[in-house]
Design a protein around this ligand. Structure first.
Ligand code: MF3
Ligand code: CO
Length: 238
């Protein structure tokens, strides 16, 4: 757990670095380069790079892009929202986190979508308690998103994490409470709600990576790596 936290600390600093650079005019590729350099300088490895052939260190998903957007020449513009997802491995232990940011002033609806998605993650994390079922986390995320008029993506899920980036169990962002594995001390989960402004349906672009909403409406994504402990949830990536 301490080792995962070390990887998480690098992620926290990555997001601070990104926040200093985010403004209209910056490209997603520039952000990716800065993050990769920073991770390596801190003795980590960008976990996404080369993963199943993925070409970059971050996923940068703009507006109707849900997750797995590939960084490149795209210029971020005032009013965009951008999800930035980063994975780090250090000494063989992984941490994974994502934040969605506003570029300049964004619409009230975009702001509300981002706020609700972050709240859904926080409320889900609050259910990360020894003796709870995994689906108590999933259910709480879905409940909060839908109570605010949004939908949760169902075809993509969170995951266990540790010595590998993706471990069992899968962590859906929807479902009935009281199902699935019982949480025990020492489990570590990457919880990552993807919340859509409109329909929950998504599809992949021709680049084989980028997921977008079918209806073209906005999507937001927040993710943290969270340990189950006797004393409650411990967030490794804040
Ligand atoms: N953060 C993503 C996840 O949790 C991983 C990105 S896919 C990659 O599953 F290929 F970019 F690594
Ligand atoms: Co993840």
């Amino acid at each position: 757990m301490d080792l995962i936290r070390r990887s998480g600390e690098i992620l926290v600093e990555c997001f601070a670095t990104i926040e200093a650079l985010l403004r209209p005019g910056v490209t997603t590729g520039e952000l990716d380069r800065v993050v990769e350099e920073f991770i390596r300088r801190r003795g980590g490895v960008p976990a996404f790079k080369g993963y199943q052939g993925y070409p970059a260190s971050t996923c940068t998903s703009v507006n109707e892009q849900v997750v797995h957007g590939i960084p490149g020449p795209r210029v971020l513009e005032e009013g965009d929202i951008v999800g930035i997802d980063i994975g780090v491995a250090r000494n063989g232990y992984y941490a994974d986190a994502s934040r969605t940011y506003a570029i300049g002033a964004v619409s009230g609806e975009a702001r509300r979508l981002m706020d609700v998605t972050r709240e859904a993650l926080d409320r889900g994390i609050d259910k990360v308690r020894v003796g709870n079922h995994l689906s108590d986390v999933s259910h709480e995320i879905q409940r909060h998103a839908e109570a605010n008029g949004f939908s949760v993506v169902r075809t993509l899920v969170g995951h266990g994490i540790g010595r590998e980036m993706h471990e069992d169990p899968q962590v859906p962002n929807f479902g009935l409470p009281g199902r699935g594995p019982v949480l025990v001390h020492g489990m570590v989960l990457a919880i990552e709600p993807m919340v859509n402004e409109g329909s929950c349906e998504v599809l992949t672009l021709k680049d084989k990576w980028t997921f977008v909403t079918v209806d073209g409406k906005l999507s937001a994504h927040f993710e943290d790596t969270v340990a189950v402990t006797k004393d409650g949830p411990v967030i490794m990536t804040r």
